[in-house]
Ligand binder design. Sequence first.
Ligand SMILES: NC(=O)c1ccc[n+]([C@@H]2O[C@H](COP(=O)([O-])OP(=O)(O)OC[C@H]3O[C@@H](n4cnc5c(N)ncnc54)[C@H](OP(=O)(O)O)[C@@H]3O)[C@@H](O)[C@H]2O)c1
Length: 237
Amino acid sequence: MPAWLITGSSRGIGFELAKQLAANSANTVFATCRKPDAANALKELAKTHKNVHVVALDVDDEASAAAAAETVKSALPAGAGIDYLINNAGWGVRVSFEEEEIATIAAVFNTHVLGALRVFRAFLPLLKLGTRKVVVSVSSELGSLAYVDDPRVGSAFPSYSIAKTGLNMLTRKIAKQYPDFIVFAFAPGWIKTEMGGSGAEYEVDDAVKRHIKIYETATLEKHTDKFINQFEDPVAW
Ligand SMILES: NC(=O)c1ccc[n+]([C@@H]2O[C@H](COP(=O)([O-])OP(=O)(O)OC[C@H]3O[C@@H](n4cnc5c(N)ncnc54)[C@H](OP(=O)(O)O)[C@@H]3O)[C@@H](O)[C@H]2O)c1
């Protein structure tokens, strides 16, 4: 009975992940989002799938993360934990380096880096009780220091790139601190979602099928402290 905790599952990659995982009745899916009342697709999914629990979680808010962990704990059988934590919540803005406001850089960093840390800390006791202990940081090639030299990247997407680089470092620190956890940074691909846009390279359902396969088969030896893409190829830090 693997238990999954997904952040940012109201739409996009997070919602598709909840939907595909729900189709396997062996999974218990904690699909979290900021505003459950407004998350209509997720509410519909939970109506038709008993293994889906919709839980409020704003990763920007420590009290929200703590409350979500309590809710999840009380929904799990006594002594059971979380097997997979997918830190997926994120957002970005499309402005140039010169236009980027300090406050925006701080806010994006807060969600991607501190948000992932808040959620990890809040769910750490449940992760310790889990069997798989998989922690995924949904990152991006834009967080790769090496990719800045790609002429398509350069100075573009400053706050988002800075945040994903920070998330990658957080991932490595968690991997070093918890050597029995399978912890890795993951570049999901350029996917057709609200963030990726309709011109993106990959359909969300196809990409998420690949994501789930990687998550379910990840091992300490092959995946922990790595940065990989949806085809399991290494991405340069
Ligand atoms: N799509 C791509 O091409 C692509 C490429 C590389 C990496 N990624 C990464 O993949 C992840 C998912 O992206 P996506 O394409 O699915 O984007 P999306 O369709 O825009 O969905 C983003 C999700 O994150 C949630 N979210 C934003 N801020 C949050 C917060 N403070 N607390 C909780 N949830 C929050 C949103 O919830 P609300 O409904 O409440 O706003 C929404 O559910 C992100 O981390 C993104 O950086 C995406």
